[in-house]
Design a binder for this molecule. Structure first.
Ligand SMILES: [Zn+2]
Ligand SMILES: [Zn+2]
Length: 103
């Protein structure tokens, strides 16, 4: 990091998280690089994008027991017990009601 004013080498001041120029006294806020570990701001944004991904579950002709809508998304859920069959979870495309069906 070099001083933007006098181009001399700046020294990190970890207490205030700033680069300090010993020649002219200029201070620059630390961001990203240097020997400071930056906070995981980009990672957080990545997670947000994933959670905002629209549901791409397949749909089935299944009547919602709550509102009577005849289309529902479905996903297969493997139950914990080894002898248990897979469970089909339905989610109403209209009201979001969820229910399960054993195959
Ligand atoms: Zn300087
Ligand atoms: Zn419904």
């Amino acid at each position: 990091m070099f001083c933007p004013k006098c181009k001399k080498l700046m020294l990190p001041d970890k207490g205030s998280k700033q680069w300090v120029c010993r020649a002219c006294g200029a201070k620059v806020k630390m961001s990203g690089g240097g020997d400071m570990v930056p906070h995981s701001e980009p990672k957080h944004r990545e997670i947000t994008v994933i959670s905002e991904k629209p549901a791409t579950n397949p749909t089935a002709k299944e009547e919602c027991p709550k509102c009577g809508n005849d289309t529902a998304y479905w996903v297969l859920r493997q139950t914990r017990g080894a002898d248990e069959p897979e469970t089909r979870i339905f989610e109403c495309t209209k009201c979001g009601n969820k229910w399960r069906e054993y195959q």
